[in-house]
Design a protein around this ligand. Structure first.
Ligand code: NAD
Ligand code: ZN
Ligand code: ZN
Length: 377
């Protein structure tokens, strides 16, 4: 098939908030520095849902969503030397060109060329799409568009992983679990014995809690509006659960009172701007660090008093837990293979590709953490 158009099934989002439709689409061959992947498993992350709803985000349709997935390289375009057909890979929504100032910096994963761009629906090589139906283009999402049996991605957005890794499990490391764990371990960096608050106990937040447990946090306070997260959270090292609905004062005040002045670290994984502000205002003065992970609506503004910074609190944010996809993710997969990290407990549901809309329902109802979508069923 190399060099030819592939016809395959893809779940197309035709309109904001309307169920995806499984369509037969054409997938063009990969161009310079691109690869075409056969996706075997994909899962749903809340970021897909925001761009499908397009309430707080720019609408771009028709579009093929999806960015958390695992697959096999089907063919490679001109100039691709580090990947070949048959390689087992995880596509990642933010890339690593390897050449730019960010890729060369130990501190950044914000590649100049391939950093996340939520509004671009085309490939950077020629500004066109590789997907079409009856000759009409269908837009890409996050450079990955994994809700398709075949997709074309930039080779810099692909992590080549251990060929023995089970893709139905490690696919969740291509976004949510690495993001949450990395937000704590690479960005918040709690020291042993510190207290950590995690806002939002979906898969990303629970992975942040896992990171806090691995770092040796003494208390891990989980905050969520969904009461059913309380039980789930215990499996992830959360020591105390707080539901803002049970309190009539701002949740940051509750946390400050619980912790004699504030937590040492907090990680926000909700996407709600008020929770972001609470996550910042609940850290201890003098040393507290808050990390934002949730994707805000495009017009949200973060408002707090400057004195909160003067009192020596730090606010940070991160995409993908500061991991560099090609350099770091193969090692994260190895940690799973060596049983140093668990991913199974994040996987609460499975559906076949034809039932992909069920994965959206489960996430919107707050019933699932990660729902694995099997492409060949
Ligand atoms: P999810 O829907 O599974 O989990 C979010 C949780 O937050 C839910 O349990 C929900 O009840 C809770 N929540 C919502 N508003 C809240 C509030 N005001 N206070 C307390 N809890 C609240 O979503 P997920 O897939 O785990 O993703 C979490 C967030 O992380 C999303 O915003 C997603 O877009 C973002 N994300 C960011 C990155 C990144 O690289 N920065 C990567 C992946 C996901
Ligand atoms: Zn994601
Ligand atoms: Zn780069």
């Amino acid at each position: 098939m190399s060099g030819e158009v592939i016809r395959c099934k893809a779940a197309v989002a035709w309109e904001a908030g309307k169920p995806l439709v499984i369509e037969e689409v054409e997938v063009a061959p990969p161009q310079k520095m691109e690869v075409r992947l056969k996706i075997l498993f994909t899962s749903l992350c809340h970021t897909d849902v925001y761009f499908w709803e397009a309430k707080g985000q720019n609408p771009l349709f028709p579009r093929i969503l999806g960015h958390e997935a695992g697959g096999i390289v089907e063919s490679v375009g001109e100039g691709v030397t580090e990947l070949q057909p048959g390689d087992k890979v995880l596509p990642v929504f933010t890339g690593e060109c390897g050449e730019c100032r960010h890729c060369k910096s130990e501190e950044s994963n914000m590649c100049d060329l391939l950093r996340i761009n939520t509004d671009r629906g085309t490939m950077i090589n020629d500004g066109k799409t590789r997907f079409s139906k009856d000759g009409n283009p269908i837009y890409h999402f996050l450079g990955t568009s994994t809700f398709s049996e075949y997709t074309v991605v930039h080779s810099g957005c692909v992590a080549k992983i251990n060929p023995d890794a089970p893709l139905d499990k490690v696919c969740v490391l291509s976004c949510g679990i690495s993001t949450g764990m990395g937000a704590t371990l690479n960005v918040a960096k709690p020291k042993k014995g510190m207290t950590v608050a995690v806002f939002g106990l979906g898969a990303v937040g629970l992975a942040a809690a896992e990171g806090a447990r691995i770092a040796g946090a003494s208390r891990i306070i989980g905050i969520d509006l969904n009461e059913s997260r309380a039980n789930e959270a215990k499996k992830f090292g959360v020591t105390e659960f707080v539901n803002p609905k049970d309190h009539d004062k701002p949740i940051q005040e509750v946390i400050v009172a619980m912790t004699d002045g504030g937590v040492d670290r907090s990680v926000e994984c909700t996407g709600n701007v008020r929770a972001m502000i609470s996550a910042f205002e609940c850290v201890h003065d003098g040393w507290g660090v808050a990390v934002l992970v949730g994707v805000p609506s495009k017009d949200d503004e973060f408002k707090t008093l400057p004195i909160n910074f003067l009192n020596e609190r730090t606010l940070k944010g991160t995409f993908f837990g500061n991991y560099k996809p090609r350099t770091d993710i193969p090692g994260v997969v190895e940690k799973y293979m060596n049983k140093e990290i668990e991913v199974e407990k994040f996987i609460t549901h499975h559906v076949g590709f034809s039932d992909i809309n069920k994965a959206f329902d489960l996430m919107l109802k707050g019933e699932s953490l990660r729902c694995i979508i099997q492409m060949d069923s």
